[in-house]
Each structure stands twice: as structure tokens, then as C-alpha cells.
Design a protein around this ligand. Sequence first.
Ligand code: SAM
Ligand code: DTB
Ligand code: SF4
Length: 327
Amino acid sequence: MNTLAASPPAGAVSAPDTHRWTVSQVEALYQMPLMDLLFRAQQTHRQNFDPNEVQRSALLSIKTGGCPEDCSYCTQSARYKTDTEREALLRVEEVVSAAKEAKAKGVTRFCMGAAWRGPKEKQLDVVTQMIREVKALGMETCVTLGMLKEGQAQKLKEAGLDYYNHNLDTDAEFYDKVITTHTHADRLDTIAQVRAVGIKVCSGGILGLGESRRNRAAMIAQLANMNPPPESVPINNLVAMPGTPLAAAEKIDSFEFVRTIAAARIAMPMSWVRLSAGREVMSQEMQAMCFFAGANSIFYCDKLLTASNRDTNADQALFEKLGLRVV
Ligand code: SAM
Ligand code: DTB
Ligand code: SF4
């Protein structure tokens, strides 16, 4: 089991963590009495972060729908009959104007998502222009474009990209129950390419796909065993999208979700853990429990990629009630 050894403060560059988590060790965290688990997660959190600070990112879909992949949860897959229409890649000006709006709301990181298996060279040229212009506003940038080919990560790095989001989404053993058009190994390959050029990694997963607790623990262990773990770890609660194979998936129990946040915090003490999609249907109390369990980042925008997000005024009111500050 991991120890509660003192760690450097948030933002400090740590020596690579050589501790490896076994799936059973992460599963053992899940099996702790909830109060013990929350206490341990909060202790870990306090050793590395200010517990009253939450980072906020805004999200924009720069290319919506028509994706050739078959991810069972995704409304943007062209394989399912959903409410999401295929749209063209946005123009650079449209993206910059959305980024300016986000900046005016106090958001410091702007994430751009595209419904691609991976970008073509011409598309990547447009995205690099978007990154340059958003950076010029003084914001951090993140993109999620699917699988990268040789040389593409370098182009993103040269454009000044800060983070690349590429989720493991679920356990390797469960992966082909959810997605068949690419593999878990493909995901790891893109993450390695991003890391190799010095772009920070944002990688996490989705809960509520029908996975077991062991699958969840395995995904957390795999993320934690990256060396170093992803700088940012989004934990999404499935937004059941009409028309997708997972439209009627059984909802994950709230406490199981909180336990996953706590396990992520303990296994990845230095990472920003994002309470990501699915927050719209969470009560204020549930969100507060997630923050206590170590979540310290959210998407602060009225829309995710296609699904609605929690209203930003409601978020502000919640932050005030909880005494949370933004970073
Ligand atoms: N196409 C790229 C890819 O799959 O990497 C980037 C965009 S994709 C929509 C980004 C992430 O959104 C997915 O990896 C998944 O974690 C998340 N996502 C998509 N649909 C979701 C849903 N219905 N509920 C929760 N998360 C979802
Ligand atoms: C992540 O982990 N979650 C975001 C972001 N990274 C790209 C996406 C959530 C998508 C929710 C469903 C939708 O909007 O279609
Ligand atoms: Fe395409 Fe990404 Fe949706 Fe999968 S999750 S269908 S790759 S947009």
C-alpha cells in the first residue's frame, strides 16, 4: 500500500514516482470504510494542494459529429442514430471568440475537442493556428483530437500546446466491450507520443459503462503507473446519450463514483483530478463530497462537447457556499 510520505507542493516538479500500484491495492482502497477512505484522500490532497482551490477549464467542440469510431457512449459516432449532426471544423475566428468569452468569465485553460479518429495534416494545420491564437490571449491550451501519427505531437508542441487530452476511458480488459475500432494499446501509444515531445498529459476515463469495480481499479492503477502519472485526470460520469448503445446504461452508484475520485487522488497525489462530464445531474452535496475526496478541477462552461454542463452561475453560487476559490 502506498504510504502518506510528504510530497512537494502543487506545481513543484517532483522526482518521478517509482511506486507501482497493483490493481488489488487500488481495489483495497475502494473496500475501505467510506469515512476512512475520504479522510485518507483528503490528507493526501492537503499534502499536495490547497484544498479550497479548484481549477476551471472551458470546453469547446471545434469539430462535431460524423466520427468514424464506434465508442458506445458517444453521440458523435457516425455509426449511431443520434441527435448530433455532423458539422464542419470551426473557423479560427469562431474559436478565438469563444476563448475570449471563456477568458472574460475568468477561465484560464481552453480545451478544444474534435470528433476525429485522428487529425489529417490539413486539419492539424488549422488546429495549430487555433492553439497559437488562443495562447496569444494568455490562456493555457488543451486539445483532444484522437490518435496522433508520427510528427503530429511535435507540431502541436511547436504551436505552444500545453495539454493533450486522450482518455484511457476504461480498463484494457473491458475496452473492446465499449470500443472496437481502436485499441487500448493505441491510446497508450498516442499518450507516449505526446509525452515524448513534452506536452502535458490529460488522461482519465468514464464511469458507468457497465464496468466492474475491478475494471475501475485497473484503470486507476494504469493511470497511476504512468511515469509520471497524467498531470490532469478527468473522471467522467457517463452522460447517457440517446441513440448510443449505452443510452440505457445503469447509473453508477454515487458512492462508487466518490470512491473512484478518492482512489484517483490517493494513487495520483500530484495530479489535478477533474470532476468532469456528468456534473449537471449531481447534487451540490455530491459535488462537495467529490471535492472533499480530492477532485480539484471542473469544466466551467454551459456546454461540454455536445451535452449541456452545469450552469456557470450555479457553479459560482456553489463555490461561494463552499468557500472554494478558483486558480
Ligand atoms: N475523438 C477524440 C477521442 O475520442 O479521443 C476526442 C473527443 S472524445 C468526445 C473525448 C472524450 O470525451 C472521450 O475520450 C470520453 O472520455 C469523453 N466522452 C465522450 N462522450 C461521453 C459521454 N457521453 N459521457 C461521458 N464522457 C464522454
Ligand atoms: C473529458 O474527459 N471529458 C470531456 C473532455 N475530456 C473532452 C468531454 C465530455 C463529453 C461529454 C459528452 C458530450 O458533450 O458529448
Ligand atoms: Fe469519435 Fe472520440 Fe466520440 Fe470515440 S469518443 S466516437 S473517437 S469523438
